[in-house]
Design a protein around this ligand. Structure first.
Ligand code: SF4
Ligand code: FES
Length: 256
């Protein structure tokens, strides 16, 4: 096989929307000679080059690291958040996942708490406001302590680390029929609730982050687990159960 891999011809059906207030529509683009070795975003880059050379507006989509770290890439691909590959962000999805002659639908996340800014880009500042409401610790950390200065049980450290791998992409919201942000919020609550450093604001954090999640207009969790299936970092729904326990505890012990 050459370094180009196989070459694909695809029909792309892409959501275009000029602004938050304008109505969106599907635009069709035929693409030929797409290497199976390139990534999905590189395929969109190629399309945008062609559009710009033809004097048309390029398709707007979010991306930053292109390494599965930043959580910016956010596309429904054939109705699946981040596309068909398991535990994979859109930027790490390769064109070898598609078949020659396939029609591929590309749409933005659908949730009223993530309004479309333009084309495939949505406004995810609702996630930032959830973090600002409690996803931090305000203790003085000083200079970096020795790694073993604060003993933490291995199991807790592992669970906290697993929760901390959430990149805030929003695929969990996009996959959920209720557009619930429970997986994201619970991962952020869990990563701090499990560690000694997170105990100072533990009660306020659970109350405030859940309240902010509701205020942003995300739906409630009805235990479908679609979020876990779509999550590129395989965050477990066990975190949602922990968030519910944290919220119940906070409701009992809060003096407010
Ligand atoms: S829980 Fe998973 S799907 Fe949801 S924002 Fe975090 S990484 Fe993305
Ligand atoms: S562009 Fe950063 S995770 Fe995809």
């Amino acid at each position: 096989m050459s370094s180009q891999g196989k070459l694909l011809n695809l029909t792309l059906k892409i959501w275009r929307q000029k602004s938050r207030t304008e109505k969106g529509y599907i635009e069709t683009h035929e693409m030929s000679g797409i290497s199976t070795e390139i990534s999905f975003l590189e395929m969109l880059d190629t399309l945008n080059d062609q559009l710009e050379r033809a004097g048309s507006a390029p398709i707007v989509f979010d991306h930053d690291c292109r390494e599965g770290i930043c959580g910016m890439c956010s596309l429904y691909i054939n109705g699946q958040p981040h596309g068909p590959a398991k535990a994979t962000t859109t930027c790490q999805l390769h064109m070898r996942e598609f078949k020659d002659g396939e029609t591929v639908f590309i749409e933005p996340w659908r949730s009223s708490a993530f309004p479309v800014v333009r084309d495939l880009m949505v406004d995810r500042s609702s996630f930032d406001r959830i973090i600002q409401s409690g996803g931090y610790t305000s203790i003085k950390t000083g200079s970096a302590p020795d790694a073993h200065a604060t003993p933490i049980p291995k199991e807790d450290a592992d669970l906290a680390m697993d929760a901390a791998t959430c990149i805030g992409c929003g695929a969990c919201v996009a996959a959920c029929k209720n557009a619930s942000a429970s997986l994201f919020t619970s991962a952020k609550i869990s990563q701090l609730a499990l560690l000694p450093q997170g105990q100072v604001e533990r009660t306020d954090r659970a109350l405030n982050m859940v309240a902010q999640m509701d205020e942003e207009g995300f739906g409630h969790c009805t235990n479908e687990s679609e979020c876990e299936a779509a999550c590129p970092k395989e965050i477990s729904v066990e975190n949602i159960a922990r968030m519910n326990r944290e919220y119940l505890r906070a409701s009992v012990v809060s003096r407010k």
